[in-house]
Design a protein around this ligand. Structure first.
Ligand code: SAM
Length: 292
């Protein structure tokens, strides 16, 4: 089958099937072979790997994945793309096309069936309207995953990789960095897609930590504290936590814990590291505890 990374071949397939792009599914198909090569390199896929691809579109990246991996499962929500995928991928016997919404799928069961509980790789040019729920869903589901390599909106990639003090640093940075080590592999301009998106894109690799870099007694509490700190970015950390409806500690408890961290009482949450958020939440979860 012709390489769909070549725009001429993509246009031929779209015309043959009279395919109409659906904006609601975030359909922007890749038409650049250099970008496809970069994604495959960044994902470090080998012949032993089982790869989950989210949103294969007409199968452009799927072809590359089938060439490099042991087996691929391609999960596509748009039923109109299924007959196209069956044709564009007909040369490969190591791919399963699944017509399903990734947000409703039992990925743990798929990993068990295809990879016997061994860590899987996820590769995707994601639909941008659901980037965060897909990535956080993958991490929080505790499916065995060793690396996620995804195309996302440039600003989202910058936020995932940002550290304390940067304007991009926020709840998403901390949530991603609790589970994985992020690294942007390439920035990708709109002309590499059909149709062209209105935003720039980036390929980011999220290599999952074997164990989280911090020990947290109560993950839910830590993430509530993080969200509260960034919801009210311009307020001090103490005020942000006092005003958050789902954080039920007294003003004094909050103040004492902040001081026990060894930081000024009027510090803003946006300068705290993941380690400090973990420490703060551990102290609040267990008020007698001294900072480590
Ligand atoms: N991988 C193809 C490429 O690179 O050319 C297509 C990428 S396009 C940005 C996103 C794809 O995800 C589309 O094919 C879209 O139909 C599919 N998609 C959107 N929402 C989805 C969902 N909830 N579950 C599975 N696939 C979805």
């Amino acid at each position: 089958m012709a390489d769909l990374g070549n725009p001429k071949n993509t246009i031929a397939v779209l015309q043959k099937y009279q395919f109409h792009f659906q904006k609601k599914f975030g359909q922007n198909f890749l038409i650049d072979t250099h970008v496809l090569d970069k994604i495959i390199d960044a994902a470090e896929i080998g012949k032993d790997d089982f790869v989950l691809e989210i949103g294969p579109g007409i199968g452009t990246m799927t072809q590359y994945l089938c060439e490099h991996a042991r087996e691929v499962a391609a999960v596509e929500i748009d039923k109109n793309l299924i007959p196209i995928l069956e044709t564009t991928l007909s040369a490969y016997d190591n791919v399963e096309i699944i017509n399903c919404d990734i947000l409703k799928m039992d990925i743990g069961a798929l990993a068990q069936r295809k990879n016997d509980q061994k860590p899987i790789k996820v590769v995707a040019n994601l639909p941008y309207y659901i980037t965060t729920p897909i990535i956080m869903g993958l991490f929080e589901s505790h499916v065995p995953i060793d690396k996620i390599t995804v195309m996302v909106q440039k600003e989202v990639a910058d936020r995932m990789q940002a550290g304390p003090g940067s304007k991009d640093y926020g709840a998403l940075s901390l949530a991603v960095q609790y589970y994985a080590r992020p690294k942007i592999a390439a920035y990708v301009p709109p002309n590499c897609f059909m149709p062209r998106p209105s935003v720039g894109s980036a390929v980011i690799c999220l290599t999952r930590h074997k164990k989280p870099p911090v020990e947290v007694k109560d993950e839910r509490l830590m993430f509530s504290i993080i969200r509260a700190s960034f919801n009210q970015r311009r307020k001090t950390l103490a005020n942000g936590l006092n005003n958050a409806p789902d954080i039920r500690f007294s003003k004094e408890q909050i103040q004492e814990s902040i001081l026990a961290l060894g930081v000024p009482a009027n510090i803003r949450g946006e300068v705290l590291t993941l380690e400090q958020f973990a420490e703060l939440s551990n102290m609040l979860a267990d008020p007698g505890r001294e900072p480590e």
